[in-house]
Design a protein around this ligand. Sequence first.
Ligand code: GLN
Length: 505
Amino acid sequence: MNNILEIHQGLKKKEFSAQELVRDYLAKIKSKDKEIGAFLTLTEDLAMRQAKTVDKQISEKKEIPFLAGAPMTVKDNILVEDVRCTAGSKILENYIAFYDATAIKKLKEQGAIILGKTNLDEFGMGGSTENSAFYPTKNPWNLNYAPGGSSGGSAASVSVDMCCYSLGSDTGGSIRQPAAFCGIVGLKPTYGAVSRHGLIAFASSLDQIGPITKTVEDAKIVFETISGRDKMDSTSVDSKTIIHNSKFKIQNSKIGIPREYFGKGIDKEVKEEIEKTIKKIQEKGVKIEEISLPRTKYALACYYIIAMSEASANLARYDGIRYGGIKSDSENSSFLREKQDNKTTISEVETLMNYYLKTRGEGFGQEVKRRIILGAYTLSAGYYQAYYLKAQKVRTLIREDFKKALEKVDFILTPVSPSPAFKLGEKITDPLKMYLSDIFTVSVNLAGLPALSLPIKKMNSPMLLKEKKIKAKELPIGIQIIGRHFQELEILKFGAFIEEICHHQ
Ligand code: GLN
């Protein structure tokens, strides 16, 4: 497993070139991804071009930035200039991005190498990557299991070392939950810490871009690179806002364990693993105390009302004409092929409205349609006050719960998900069951807080698995560290401490 630091040192010592590294990774992707399905688009030419630039800098004895030469992947709802960006949806199957998301621009400036775009639940709506309009991604630890979602392709690509790290997005847990299911690290930054410019919007008051990495150190490097004020996103803040308290000492910190996160519905193994970790932390002299976040029980309902309302507004712009639309000259679009087979051309459709109905009907998947319909309902006159407005009020109360708790403690520790990875097909037919698996992650987005997901079980790499499967009981389990607004650096410091005691001692 190559992390950013190892690649940086290897390149500087000329143990390998950036081009060799890219070739290696591309070969690995070509042999492994047939089974896993993490990629939607490979960007070979771009990767080779970027690698050449890094190699040139090294041969000219120029100092290279830390991220230079480290091959990454990008969730396919984040724009990369001149690369297709589908958001996992048929309606964007032909859309070619014409600019870079700000996070991508910043990474490119540091010499990052982009290997490809990764699979996701359509528009980020889901928790298993099974809602992708193209194909589901499989969990590299056991191919019968889901990698989590919606950033499942990103998490799978990192965990099986088809890249060094990835960028994901998190609206209600989509970075943290797949990271936990795949045994790696994921950071959901504070709302506003990273620009959302160039992220295909799902629910704009909740969405954040963040890193998915192999180590906490890597998450820090990527986070520091992509964070900061961007004039293209008025909700983004200056990186000076990100608190750097050099006097902060882990041993003096106080940890809160919210009792509402350990009640019914949580798997025995998850509870046991978290309790074991808490004990290890306590043995190192860190103070632990039980706390309460009393409005936790409203979080899921509140999240789904707000997320669906915002999604119905955001997705109104897709009409099958703009954003790649349905191009009659495109040979390689399966969507179009389908249409040609059905002989449904524009001329056959009577009115523009019918055309919209048809393209939106065909272009969106079932889950997306469900959310657009429910969101339109909760925003409609007569129901707005009963649902949307009420949910906004509850959101404020949830935020207050956290504020109060974080006045008493420095961090809050919780499970990431009530269970380890579940089987593909297990929840996809029952949306409520799928939504319930977000129970521990959505409050963080509602409160706009930062949170880190990191694996607590000591494991080998999934690449070393002979049978490509481990037993359900052996699947990875993650822990979530929630901290105060803009205290990512403290959370990461505490995360590195847990990583050390769980994996190296
Ligand atoms: N699983 C959640 C949902 O379906 C969260 C998704 C996300 O964070 N993008 O809404």
